[in-house]
Design a protein around this ligand. Structure first.
Ligand code: HEM
Length: 319
C-alpha cells in the first residue's frame, strides 16, 4: 500500500502506516510462551467445558469476538459493565438481550488470574475463545496472534453504528465490511458463521411476515415459534439443518431459501456475492480456509499494543 511509497503522504496516512506497522510487529503467536505457558490450554478447556454443557455457547462466544472487534477494534470494550457513571456497549442495540457468554469469559479469566496474575488480556481471551469455539463445533483452526491489550473505555454509539444491522441491503453490507477493510468475499466467508447458533424472533419477524421469500415449509414452522406479535425472544436456529456443526450447510440453505435473516438472504439474491455462495456451498474446504483467514484478519483490527490500554484483572471493569 501507500505506506511503502516515498512520495508525499498526508500526516493521517503516515500515522495509519505507523499504527499498522507497530500493531503487526507486536502481536505474536508466542506472546505468552514464557509469561503464561498454560494460557492457551486453560482457555481451550474453559471453552470445551462450556460448549459441552451447551453447544450453542460456541456460537455465542464466536459472535462476542465479532461484536468486540467491529467496535473500535479488538480491545474487550464489549466486556465492560455499565456503572452509575459509565455506559458501556452491553446495552447498545446490537448487544442488549442478545450477546451471551460473558460468564464463560469470567470463569476463564479468573483461572488465568490465579495462574498468571495481570498477564493475559481480556481481548486476547476473546480472540482465542472464538477460535476454540469454532474448533469445538467441528470448524477450522487458525493461529491467533496475541498481545492485544484491554481498553479503558467503551463506546455505545460506535456499537450502534459499527455493527451492521440485519436490515441492510447487499450494498449496505458490502460497505459496512469494506469500512473495516474486508472484501465482499471475506464478508461472505465471515457470514458463514451463521451455520451455527440461533436468532430471536424479533430479529427476523419482519422478514417472515412481510416478504414471501422463505421456503414454505420452513416459513410455516418458523411462524409457529415466532408469532406476528409476542414471543420476541423465542429462538430459531440460523442453520436449520445442523445448528451445532460448523460446516458449509448455511450456503446450501441460502441456495434453497432456507435462511431467514434479511442480511443473510441478501448474499444470494442475484447480486455480486452469489458466486461466492455457490463456491462455498460446493466446497467446504475452501469455505473453511477462507473463513479462518478472515477471522485472523478480524482479530487484528486495531489492537491496543505496547503501553496503550491495560491488562484488566476483571474483564468487566477497568483496573
Ligand atoms: C452483516 C453482518 C451480520 C449481521 C447483520 C448479523 C446479524 C445477526 C443476528 C440478527 C443474529 C441473531 C441475534 C439475536 O437474535 O439475538 C446473529 C447471530 C449470530 N451471529 Fe451474526 N451477523 C452478522 C455477522 C456475523 C459475523 C461476522 C459473525 C462471526 C464472525 C457472526 C456470528 C453470529 C453467530 C455465531 C450468531 C449466533 C449467536 C448465538 O446463538 O448466540 N455474525 N447475527
Amino acid at each position: 500500500m501507500a505506506c511503502e511509497s516515498s512520495s508525499v503522504r498526508p500526516t493521517s496516512l503516515l500515522l495509519l502506516c505507523f499504527l499498522l506497522g507497530t500493531a503487526s510487529a507486536q502481536l505474536s503467536s508466542t506472546f505468552y510462551s514464557t509469561s503464561c505457558p498454560s494460557a492457551l490450554s486453560i482457555i481451550k478447556s474453559g471453552v470445551n467445558s462450556a460448549v459441552s454443557r451447551e453447544a450453542r455457547m460456541g456460537a455465542s462466544l464466536l459472535r462476542l469476538h465479532f461484536h468486540d472487534c467491529f467496535v473500535n477494534g479488538c480491545d474487550a470494550s464489549i466486556l465492560l459493565d455499565d456503572t452509575a457513571n459509565f455506559t458501556g456497549e452491553k446495552n447498545a442495540g446490537p448487544n442488549a438481550n442478545s450477546i451471551r457468554g460473558y460468564e464463560v469469559i469470567d470463569t476463564i479469566k479468573s483461572q488465568l488470574e490465579s495462574k498468571c496474575p495481570s498477564v493475559v488480556s481480556c481481548a486476547d481471551i476473546l480472540a482465542v475463545v472464538a477460535r476454540d469455539s469454532v474448533v469445538a463445533l467441528g470448524g477450522p483452526s487458525w493461529t491467533v496472534s496475541l498481545g492485544r491489550r484491554d481498553s479503558t473505555t467503551a463506546s455505545p454509539s460506535a456499537a450502534n453504528s459499527s455493527i451492521p444491522p440485519p436490515t441492510l441491503s447487499l450494498s449496505g453490507l458490502i460497505s459496512a465490511f469494506s469500512n473495516k477493510g474486508f472484501t465482499a468475499k471475506e464478508m461472505v466467508a465471515l457470514l458463514g458463521s451463521h451455520t451455527i447458533g440461533h436468532a430471536r424472533c424479533t430479529a427476523f419477524r419482519a422478514q417472515l411476515y412481510d416478504e414471501n421469500n422463505i421456503n414454505a415449509m420452513l416459513a410455516t414452522s418458523l411462524k409457529a415459534n415466532c408469532p406476528s406479535s409476542g414471543g420476541d425472544n423465542n429462538l430459531s436456529p440460523l442453520d436449520v439443518t445442523s445448528p451445532t456443526s460448523f460446516d458449509n450447510a448455511f450456503f446450501k440453505n441460502l441456495q434453497t431459501q432456507k435462511v431467514f435473516l434479511h442480511s443473510d438472504q441478501q448474499l444470494f439474491s442475484g447480486g455480486s456475492t452469489d458466486a461466492h455462495v455457490n463456491a462455498y456451498s460446493s466446497d467446504s474446504g475452501t469455505f473453511k480456509t477462507d473463513f479462518a483467514n478472515a477471522m485472523v484478519k478480524m482479530g487484528n483490527l486495531s489492537p491496543l499494543i505496547g503501553s496503550s490500554g491495560q491488562i484488566r484483572k476483571n474483564c468487566r471493569k477497568i483496573n
